[in-house]
Write a protein that binds this ligand. Structure first.
Ligand SMILES: NC(=O)c1ccc[n+]([C@@H]2O[C@H](COP(=O)([O-])OP(=O)(O)OC[C@H]3O[C@@H](n4cnc5c(N)ncnc54)[C@H](O)[C@@H]3O)[C@@H](O)[C@H]2O)c1
Ligand SMILES: [Zn+2]
Length: 360
């Protein structure tokens, strides 16, 4: 049974990643808590709420409906939900269950982090992106007008319950976008996962349950391992940003309207692979092989019409730049990476241009 553990030294919690995990939710609910609050979206609840409802039988609980969407991932929603919690008898003994995609994970987790100065949260991610990324790691937060995720807190969950079966109902584009984060985990830390994505593409795209469970479980294992070793992104956790430096710049440059996050990461990984080649970390043969595996999960919205200059300016302002230098995550092989700040501007320009020029 794939149950992993996050152990940061300060906190330890189980992360279940297996088919049917939602049916086991009851096992992870602590006894004798006050009112439980399920933060969820109406659409997710209609599709998969019945299993949660069964697990909560005999408990005092309330559903908090979150309208969904990046535009609602705001403090105002957190305030509204906190108000509903007080009205329904919520107190320091309450527990939050964040049941939905990455947005619900972030908002629900943040609500738990600040309600009465902090109550526990159980994360139940329901999109592929949330299962392999947002659900594990304790990062929570909301957007400001000035930018995404600018207010937040680290709030490690009590447990993470990941059921790959719920992915069967995910819209095709959301599913495909999440696959790029899975490939990322393979490239940075697991050759077996990379090979699975490379060699069993048809099964993965057809959402064959065994293949989906395997790729989700291996991704979750990697995320747990990395977060355990580096809870607050001081060092190792940076490798999870592979493909994200250029990916974030592309998202911002297109006003967050052209690409889903995972899609931008797909393009960003192509740039990062080319950069790894230019910096002499991987051979051109390996660069071609890894890039082909990424491309096989396309096509993606074209990058045409985007100016390399605009993307370069965004890169320089990247919030992960430390003392002015962007820390690049480079591939050094299949399943291994290196973080380097010592990268020539001309290589970056060429890597970015190579992505903007290509069509899928
Ligand atoms: N905290 C972290 O470490 C972390 C990491 C990565 C991303 N994020 C955040 O995650 C967010 C993006 O998450 P997302 O891509 O999951 O988007 P999302 O939460 O908006 O979900 C995408 C869509 O899928 C729907 N959906 C969810 N589960 C479904 C299911 N099982 N079947 C059918 N439809 C379903 C949702 O209603 C929504 O319309 C961003 O805000 C990002 O900042 C956080
Ligand atoms: Zn990401």
């Amino acid at each position: 049974m794939p149950t992993f553990t996050v152990d940061t030294g300060a906190v330890e919690y189980p992360v279940v990643a297996e088919r049917g995990a939602l049916q086991r939710l009851g096992e992870f609910l602590p006894p004798r808590r006050g009112v439980l609050f399920v933060v969820t979206e109406d659409s997710v609840w209609r599709l998969h709420g019945a299993s949660v409802e069964r697990a909560l039988e005999g408990r005092r609980w309330r559903r908090l409906l979150f309208p969904g969407g990046e535009e609602n991932k705001r403090l105002a929603q957190v305030e509204a939900m906190a108000g509903q919690m007080v009205e329904a008898g919520g107190d320091r003994s309450s527990l939050v269950l964040a049941f939905g995609g990455g947005i619900v994970n972030d908002v629900g987790g943040f609500l738990a982090a600040v309600f009465m100065r902090g109550v526990p949260v159980i994360q139940i991610p329901t999109t592929l992106l949330a299962q392999v990324d947002a659900g594990v790691g304790g990062k929570t937060g909301v957007n400001l007008a000035a930018g995404k995720n600018l207010v937040g807190a680290f709030h490690q969950p009590l447990a993470v319950i990941t059921d790959p079966d719920v992915l069967a109902t995910l819209p095709e584009r959301e599913y495909r976008a999440g696959l790029f984060e899975v490939i990322k985990h393979g490239i940075i830390r697991s050759e077996p996962l990379f090979r699975l994505m490379q060699q069993r593409r048809e099964a993965v795209l057809a959402r064959e349950p065994g293949a989906v469970e395997e790729m989700v479980a291996e991704s979750v294992r990697i995320k747990c391992e990395v977060v355990s070793l580096d809870e607050k992104e001081g060092g190792l956790r940076r490798i999870l940003n592979f493909g994200h430096t250029v990916g974030h710049a592309l998202e911002a440059e297109t006003g967050y309207s052209r690409y889903l996050h995972g899609e931008a990461v797909g393009l960003g990984m192509l740039a990062a692979l080319r950069l790894s080649e230019l910096a002499g970390r991987i051979s051109s043969g390996l660069c071609a092989e890894m890039s082909a595996a990424v491309r096989a999960y396309g096509p993606l919205p074209p990058a045409q019409g985007l100016a390399a200059g605009g993307v370069m300016a965004r890169l320089r302002r990247d919030k992960k730049a430390i003392q002015g230098a962007v820390h690049w995550v480079l591939a050094t092989g299949i399943g291994s990476t290196e973080v380097s700040a010592d990268i020539r501007d001309e290589w970056v320009r060429e890597a970015v241009a190579s992505v903007l020029e290509q069509s899928w």
